[in-house]
Ligand binder design. Sequence first.
Ligand code: AMP
Ligand code: ZN
Ligand code: ZN
Length: 507
Amino acid sequence: MGSDSLPSTLTSTKPTPIPTNELDEEHDHDDSPSTAALLSFNTDSSSSSEPLSTSNNKPLFIVLILVTCISLSVASAFAYLFFSSRSPSSSSTTTASSATSPLPSVSHARPLTKLNRPKVILISSDGFRFGYQFKTPTPNIARLIANGTEAETGLIPVFPSLTFPNHYSIATGLYPAYHGIVNNHFLDPHSGDAFYMGAIDPKWWLGEPLWETVVKNGLNAATYFWPGTQVHKGPWNCPLNFCRHYNSSVPFEDRVDAVLSYFDLPSDEIPDFMTLYFEDPDHQGHKVGADDPQITEAVSRIDRMIGRLIFGLEQRGIFDDVTIIMVGDHGMVTTCDKKLIFLDDLAPWINVPDNWVISHTPLLAIMPPSGYSPSDVVAKMNQGLSSGKVENGRYLKVYLKEDLPSRLHYSASDRIPPIIGLLEEGFKVKQKRSKNKECGGSHGYDNEFFSMRSIFIGHGPQFARGRKIPSFENVQIYNLVTFILNIKGAPNNGSASFAKDVLLSAA
Ligand code: AMP
Ligand code: ZN
Ligand code: ZN
């Protein structure tokens, strides 16, 4: 995929500039009032001596020359002390933004002590909603946060906030319309073939994922699960020992231990980039919603896995050399019986049968057969939904995909059906009334909802310690990884300056 196929709306996705030590230092040098005062002192003293130079009083003139020299020496000494006390590490400058975004204690990346090249472990905890880290003590995640860089109000998923679209956006830096995985389940409109979670035919998976980029650049990658890793793409052919085939029953401990064992290989065989995936707490979130002791236990367990990883790296003396990026793909919101909308209730306005619907909820995606005008279907559905006569109708609005808010970046693919519905948080669409129990949890909603946010923590030589950065979309992560590994990435929807703003500069 060339960069010319990227959306022009990219400019609107640029992250808020993040203050860095370097910027603050530049600012200090630029308009230092003290510097200006020293210069004007010198100027004043020379101009004030001018009338005296015409005097014939020689002794007084000599005294004044001496006083001027002493003044200049004192001024130079003050100037020296002033500038030498403003080294990056001792700067006490505080700006409004640095109050919420503490400046890193050093402005340069910390050198590697044991490894000869940067190594990145990218960890995903599925459905780890932002805020879950406060449900229970999470000492190991807290350690990464305290000594690393955290998105202070969470990581923003791409729309739709579902597992496959988001994991592949993290891996490629592309919005789903450009990487092709537009939903967990969808149809190819030309062949009619169905994509399902676990489909590994390369025809579905567009863009260039990190594992392919890494190998293209002559480095090694190893994947312990991640949607898309089993797909053969370019030089990436999912090598037997470094590409685990998805199996949800592998204990989490085994996954962590396998990643740790890669560090026992001869140094030039240690993978430079590794993925590590956990199904929890998404799995529990669907069953019981976002607030339940089962979630608390799942979060605790993920924390123990992070602890196991840290311990293994420490035992090998490489914890501070290895970069750990911990993310989730999306959040979770509790859903329950009364928050339902039934398509059959729209019958007085338009009949929307089950076989028009590619997915019901939370992403309502409709493809009417040829002969039906999508805009006519949208108009009639919205008429019914806003009539006040359809139960919960006002919590769903349907759009032609090209009319969706542009911030969703969800139209530029023919795999996206022509009609998309946006639901209010926690609501679900069903075809018809049933006796099924509907309480549980869900995700897939508008990525603007806070409940859909997940976590971002970066820990390692190029992440400042104890730094908070504003929330950002997960399409930025691709460039972060390529920057850390110092390799050339493929064109993507992330912003070119993001990595420089977030990471410490090379030592
Ligand atoms: P979601 O329906 O969006 O919550 O999807 C989450 C589910 O995706 C997990 O519970 C897994 O069962 C499944 N999953 C995650 N990774 C993979 C993978 N690499 N291959 C197949 N299924 C996966
Ligand atoms: Zn997920
Ligand atoms: Zn899920």
